[in-house]
Design a protein around this ligand. Structure first.
Ligand code: NAP
Length: 286
């Protein structure tokens, strides 16, 4: 894509290790161009363990801010001068704004996820959620669901100890750890109002796949199924859920909306999330 640069153009970037696969530069530069905002968004490889060094460099080089992906989100949290309530809840930041030499940390993953639920015609209030996985993405999603009024979030993970650690960090005590075997998933699916896949099972480029999809048959009619994966656009989980008549959505909404909310912080400009999703869907080819 073509980007016009002036000497006054403000700098943004995404840091990670690895990071070269990141779609953030394409997403942010497309939005910045459409909105006529004078910023450039770069891709910056920062090795694991060097987030503190990077933060000093970013301040010195007068970056307006940056996004962080794995493995820097947790390491950055204690380095912030101030954080928003979601960053404090997740103890991780995905968005850092640098203003007058001070670092302001935000986490827009949870808000991005909740906004994607709106497109699916649902919300967390009063719901029992079957949440699959207990990695970095599951952490933000589970804690945000509880904060936004979910009755119970049943966190099923292959490594059940990781689910237990995640659930123990919920200040509202609404997260319940469980194993990931077929029998447990079927039993818990019976009481679920919503299913969210936060595992990498079914993701393009990985060999992992669900061994057993029969838990979908135990779901209540009409219970929505959301997969955080966006490539492929329709995972086998979503294909089977749709065939059984459940409303489904992939992770494209969350991906775009967390970026929209980050860009609002960087630029202090209100941005229409739905318009950005419509703009980016063909650009991303998803
Ligand atoms: P992660 O921290 O590496 O967590 C991976 C999760 O998948 C863990 O719970 C892991 O279980 C589980 N898992 C992996 N292989 C498995 C298998 N063979 N059987 C059962 N469980 C398995 O990754 P993450 O950052 O949370 O990302 C998870 C997924 O969400 C990825 O597909 C990623 O692309 C997607 N994601 C999407 C967005 C978005 O904006 N749409 C944002 C973030 C992530 P164990 O704990 O037992 O290893």
């Amino acid at each position: 894509m073509q980007v016009n640069l002036e000497n006054t153009t403000k700098k943004l970037c995404v840091i990670g290790d690895p990071v070269l696969h990141s779609k953030s530069p394409l997403i942010h530069n497309t939005m910045l161009s459409a909105l006529g905002l004078d910023y450039i968004y770069l891709c910056q490889s920062v090795p694991r363990g060097q987030a503190a060094e990077w933060l000093k460099c970013a301040k010195c080089a007068a970056y307006a801010g940056f996004n962080a992906t794995m493995p820097h989100k947790e390491e950055l949290f204690p380095l912030m001068d101030e954080t928003d309530s979601d960053a404090a809840l997740f103890r991780s930041v995905n968005t850092v704004c640098i203003r007058d030499g001070r670092a302001y940390g935000y986490n827009t993953d949870g808000r991005g996820f909740i906004r994607s639920l709106v497109d699916l015609g649902t919300s967390p209030e009063g719901k029992t959620v079957l949440l699959l996985g207990a990695g970095g993405a599951a952490r933000a999603v589970a804690l945000k669901l509880a904060q936004q009024g979910a009755l119970k979030v049943l966190v099923c993970n292959r490594t059940v100890e990781k689910a237990a650690v995640l659930c123990a960090s919920d200040p509202l005590d609404r997260l319940i750890p469980a194993p990931f075997d077929g029998g447990t998933l079927r039993r818990l699916a019976e009481e679920a109002d919503l299913v969210v896949n936060c595992t990498s099972l079914g993701m393009a480029g990985t060999s992992g796949q669900f061994e057993d999809f029969s838990f979908l048959e135990a779901l209540r009619p009409g219970a929505p199924v959301l997969d955080l994966i966006y490539a492929p656009a329709e995972t086998e989980l979503l294909r089977r859920a749709k065939a059984l008549g459940h409303p489904t959505a992939n992770g494209l909404g969350m991906l775009v909306y967390q970026a929209v909310f980050a860009l609002e912080h960087f630029t202090d400009t209100p941005i229409d999330p739905a318009a950005m999703l419509a703009l980016l869907r063909p650009v991303l080819g998803l």
